[in-house]
Design a protein around this ligand. Structure first.
Ligand code: SAM
Length: 220
């Protein structure tokens, strides 16, 4: 008879994932590791993919979109260097998995998703999990969410051709932005720090994200 994974099986897989895919590759921030160890990724993927939720890869979530590889979620979260008092803007809610990780680390998360069905499902999922410090919006997030700016941190979880000046303008002084930039097929994770006397950009790991589609993204 086929074994159906229990909550405890998933917990064990989650701990193994954090050790073998995330810690082993150099992510050290204890709060990030703790957040990844506590969010049930199997509840964020389509039921038919729950069995493979902790594999070392991105997974399809429908509508041509993906949930990112756990290591990439961890890398971006660590690069943001989040403190408990922070207000965060996330562009590209998707399943809400990254949102849930951010919500565990920060005071409040503002998240924008252009596909209504995904935004609705993510909102319901986070409600079920009792995560309440998240504000959702459906629409083009490529220009940010001006009415809630400034943000201490901004994360873009879709590939952008460049960093939009509107996003930099919505960062607080001392703020930080992490975004995959490049072509629609290959990008690098770029971290931008907003200092009083200018911005500093650093290039990180190569990645492949789905396209950011919108005014400051790629055409659909
Ligand atoms: N971080 C998500 C998760 O944990 O499930 C995965 C994000 S997925 C790689 C990228 C998401 O960005 C997709 O859901 C896509 O619809 C969304 N997206 C693309 N362009 C967007 C835009 N202009 N504004 C808001 N969301 C956008």
């Amino acid at each position: 008879m086929r074994h159906v994974a229990t909550e405890s099986d998933y917990r064990n897989r989650r701990i193994a994932m954090v050790q073998s895919q995330v810690s082993a590759r150099g992510v050290r921030d204890a709060r990030v590791l703790e957040a990844l160890s506590s969010v049930p990724r199997e509840q964020f993927v389509p039921p038919s993919l729950a069995e493979v939720a902790y594999e070392d890869r991105a997974l399809g979530i429908g509508m041509g979109q993906t949930i990112s590889q756990p290591y990439v979620v961890a890398w971006m979260t660590e690069a943001l260097s989040i403190r408990t008092e922070h207000s965060i803007l996330e562009i590209g809610t998707g399943t809400g998995y990254q949102t849930a990780i951010l919500a565990k680390l920060a005071r409040v998360v503002y998240t924008v998703e252009r596909i209504e069905a995904l935004a609705t499902e993510a909102r319901e999922r986070l409600n079920r999990l009792g995560i309440s410090n998240v504000a959702f919006k459906t629409g083009d997030g490529s220009l940010g969410w001006e009415s809630h700016a400034p943000f201490d941190r901004i994360i873009v979880t879709a590939a952008a051709p460049a960093i939009a000046s509107q996003l930099v303008d919505q960062l607080s002084v001392g703020g930080r932005l992490v975004i995959p930039t490049g072509s629609h097929t290959h990008q690098v994770l770029t971290t931008l720090e907003n200092h009083r006397d200018g911005v500093v950009e650093t290039s990180g790991i190569p990645v492949r994200f789905v396209k950011l589609i919108g005014a400051k993204g790629f055409p659909s």
